[in-house]
Design a protein. Structure first.
Length: 255
């Protein structure tokens, strides 16, 4: 694994990730969607934290893996909305462009090669200046279109979502003394060295281990078997020279 990839995962803001997952977890049953996805737009974070859940579609395993980065693809519906700077809206993507242009877009790739996207509702919020997020809900296959009640629910929850993201996102402030700054730099170097030992998959598992979720929950999120996740956890502990999640959280903090 190259240093750039290690740096990307080391800088991933777990608090942001957790807030996206929380909002999707609450709204998915309300919207009754087959695919839910979310992304932060933040110039200070690269790549932007994003999350996708397409488990109800029962797509091939390889497709689920490819979907994990869908919200940051240049041709995705997320990138379209970013270009249009729709930072505080509730809308259907097909409503923000003419039919011909919409038909030529690849907004839902790589989902569409496997199933038709019937309808989509997007929610965008700007919890603080310069940072905003987008949540997308898709109905696919033989599902019906979203109804007015779903669109109205999205509008109702928009302000609540904004408040959740605002509370969960706290920009870093430099209020440390010179001595504590040196200690922080030393700790950061140690963390980077440890992260460099991990594979990309192990880094994803590590981020979720920090949040007190079960290994079964991690397996469901990553579309892996509990046994496979348990092997990843053991490999992480071995490479970190630790023996428990408590020690892991002592090294990297908990979410």
């Amino acid at each position: 694994m190259g240093l750039d990839e290690v740096t990307i995962f080391a800088q991933l803001n777990s608090r942001q990730f957790s807030s996206l997952y929380h909002v999707l977890g609450v709204l998915a049953p309300v919207m009754d969607a087959q695919v839910t996805a979310a992304r932060f737009f933040d110039e200070s974070s690269s790549p932007n934290p994003c999350i996708v859940d397409a488990r109800p579609l029962e797509l091939p395993k390889g497709v689920h893996v490819a979907l994990q980065d869908w919200p940051i693809h240049d041709e995705s519906v997320f990138s379209l909305v970013e270009r249009k700077e729709l930072k505080d809206h509730v809308f259907r993507p097909r409503e923000i462009m003419d039919e011909l242009t919409f038909a030529q877009q690849r907004l839902y790739h790589p989902i569409e090669p496997f199933t038709k996207v019937v309808d989509a509702i997007c929610i965008t919020v700007e919890p603080t200046h310069g940072i905003w997020a987008m949540f997308t809900f898709l109905r696919c296959g033989h599902a019906s279109f979203f109804e007015d009640q779903h669109f109205q629910a999205a509008q109702r929850y928009q302000s609540t979502i904004r408040n959740i993201l605002k509370q969960s996102y706290k920009p870093a402030t430099d209020q440390t003394s010179p001595a504590s700054s040196i200690t922080g730099q030393s700790q950061s170097a140690t963390q980077t060295d440890l992260l460099a030992k991990l594979t990309r998959t192990e880094l994803r598992v590590l981020e979720m281990l920090r949040s007190n979720v079960t290994e079964k929950f991690i397996a469901d999120c990553m579309h892996r078997s509990p046994h496979t996740v348990h092997v990843h956890v053991k490999n992480i502990y071995r490479k970190m020279n630790i023996g428990s999640r408590k020690q892991l959280q002592a090294l990297f903090g908990s979410v």
